[in-house]
Design a protein around this ligand. Structure first.
Ligand code: PLP
Length: 388
C-alpha cells in the first residue's frame, strides 16, 4: 500500500512517513473533480469544511480520544502554543511550565515565546526526563511533555505522570508526535487534559501535513483560545465584530484549513482503518529488538542511546557515534535511510506497516559495512545541507 523507491530500506518513517499509493489518485481526483469543477462550492458540496473534525475523529481512534474532541489544522508548533496558552489560563495562579531537557526544541521555543508574550513572569523549568516525577508539585501550572523522546525513543509513563500531576492540581499537555501511529495511546484512560501531535511522521500524511489537537471534554467548552481565529468562532460566517469561541474543540481551529493536505492525510488514514495498534506495537517491538541486538553485536563502535527495555521505548532505536552525520550520509548512499540528530545521534524508526525482519537485517548488514570498513570517512559524506 506504500510507494517505496526500489533499492531503499526506509528507516525514517518517524520523521516523514512514505507515500501511501492511494494518496496520488485521491488528491488528483480532489483537484480535478472538487476544486476544478466545484470551485468555491466545494466547501459545502465536497465537505471540505468538516474535514478537520472528520479526520480528527479518525486520529482520535488511534490515540484513545473521545469522538468529537480532536481537530486538525496548522503545524504542531502552533498547536503546542495553543494548548500551553489554554493550560496556563486554566491554572492562572501558578507560574511554572514543567518540561524535560529531551523535549523537541520547538515545543520549548514556543513555550519561551508564549511566556514572553504573556509577560507574567512564568518560568519554563526543564529538568532531565528522570527528574520529572520529583518536580511535579503544587507550584507547577502545566506539565508539558513529549511522550516518546524524538532523539532516543525513551517513553514517558503518561498515565502515572498525569495522575501525579492531577493530584498536585497540574494541567497536562502530551505531545504525541512520536506516539500517534507508533504505539497504542489511550488519552481517556490516562485522563490527559490536552494532547497534540503531527500527522506527517508515523501517520504518513505527507510533508507538512496538518497537526492535531485534543482537548479533554471537561475543558473543551471552557478554554479560551489564545489564537482566536475566525474558524474557531462560534459563527464564522456571521462575520461578527467580536470573537466568541465555537463549541468544544472546534474553538482550537484558527484559519482556513489546508484542504489538499487534508485530502492527502485522508487517504493515508485509510490504511490505519485496516491496522490494529496492538499488532503494530507487537511487531514494532520485535523489529526494534532485532535491530538493537544485531547492531550491538556487530557494530561495537556504536553506543546505544535508546532504552534497551522495550517497555521504556517507542518505535525507534538510536545510537551515538562521534561521526554520526557522516555515517548517516554513507548509509543513504548505500540504500538505507535513517536520520541524524545533532550532535552525535543516528536514529532509526521502525514501522511494521512496510518493514519486516529481512529489511532490518539488510539494514544492519549495510551499517556494519559502513562502520567496520570506515566507509563514512570520506569528505563527501561530511558535507551538511540545510536539512540534516
Ligand atoms: C516533529 C516534532 C515537532 C515538529 O513541529 P512542526 O511544527 O510540525 O514543525 C514538534 N514537536 C515534536 C515533539 C516533534 O517530534
Amino acid at each position: 500500500m506504500f510507494h517505496l523507491p526500489a533499492g531503499v530500506i526506509y528507516l525514517d518513517g518517524n520523521s516523514l512517513g512514505p507515500l501511501p499509493k492511494a494518496v496520488c489518485d485521491h488528491v488528483s481526483k480532489m483537484m480535478r473533480d472538487e476544486w476544478g469543477e466545484q470551485l468555491i462550492l466545494g466547501w459545502n458540496s465536497c465537505g471540505w469544511m468538516s474535514l478537520a473534525t472528520k479526520l480528527g475523529d479518525r486520529i482520535g481512534r488511534l490515540i484513545g480520544a473521545e469522538p468529537g474532541h480532536v481537530v486538525l489544522g496548522d503545524t504542531l508548533s502552533i498547536k503546542v502554543y495553543q494548548a500551553l496558552a489554554a493550560g496556563l489560563d486554566i491554572n492562572r495562579d501558578r507560574k511554572v511550565v514543567l518540561s524535560d531537557t529531551g523535549n523537541f526544541p520547538t515545543d520549548l521555543y514556543m513555550a519561551q515565546g508564549l511566556i514572553k508574550t504573556l509577560g507574567k513572569q512564568h518560568e519554563l523549568r526543564c529538568v532531565s526526563p528522570e527528574e520529572i516525577w520529583d518536580n511535579i508539585d503544587e507550584t507547577v501550572a502545566v506539565l508539558m511533555l513529549t511522550e516518546v523522546d524524538y532523539k532516543t525513543g525513551r517513553l514517558h509513563d503518561m498515565k502515572s505522570l498525569t495522575k501525579k500531576a492531577h493530584d498536585c492540581g497540574v494541567i497536562t499537555i502530551w505531545d504525541l508526535a512520536h506516539s500517534a501511529g507508533a504505539i497504542p495511546v489511550d488519552l481517556v484512560a490516562a485522563e490527559a487534559d490536552f494532547a497534540v501531535g503531527c500527522t506527517y511522521k508515523y501517520l504518513n500524511g505527507g510533508p507538512g501535513a496538518p497537526a492535531f489537537i485534543y482537548v479533554a471534554p471537561k475543558h473543551a467548552d471552557l478554554v479560551q483560545p489564545a489564537l482566536s481565529g475566525w474558524l474557531g468562532h462560534d459563527a464564522p460566517f456571521a462575520f461578527e465584530r467580536d470573537y466568541r469561541p465555537g463549541s468544544g474543540v472546534e474553538r482550537m481551529r484558527v484559519g482556513t484549513p489546508p484542504v489538499i493536505a487534508l485530502k492527502s492525510l485522508e487517504a493515508a488514514l485509510d490504511i490505519w482503518d485496516l491496522a490494529d495498534m496492538a499488532d503494530i506495537r507487537a511487531k514494532s517491538i520485535e523489529l526494534c529488538d532485532l535491530f538493537l541486538t544485531e547492531v550491538e553485536a556487530r557494530c561495537p563502535e556504536l553506543t546505544l542511546a535508546s532504552p534497551r527495555d522495550w517497555k521504556k521505548r517507542g518505535s525507534q532505536v538510536s545510537f551515538r557515534f562521534s561521526e554520526a552525520f557522516a555515517v548517516k550520509q554513507a548509509l543513504i548512499a548505500h540504500g538505507v535511510i535513517g536520520d541524524f540528530r545533532a550532535p552525535d545521534t543516528i536514529r532509526f524508526g521502525f514501522t511494521p506497516l512496510y518493514l519486516d525482519e529481512s529489511g532490518v537485517l539488510a539494514a544492519v548488514e549495510v551499517l556494519e559495512n559502513v562502520i567496520t570498513n570506515r566507509i563514512w570517512d570520506q569528505s563527501k559524506y561530511k558535507l551538511r545541507e540545510k536539512v540534516t
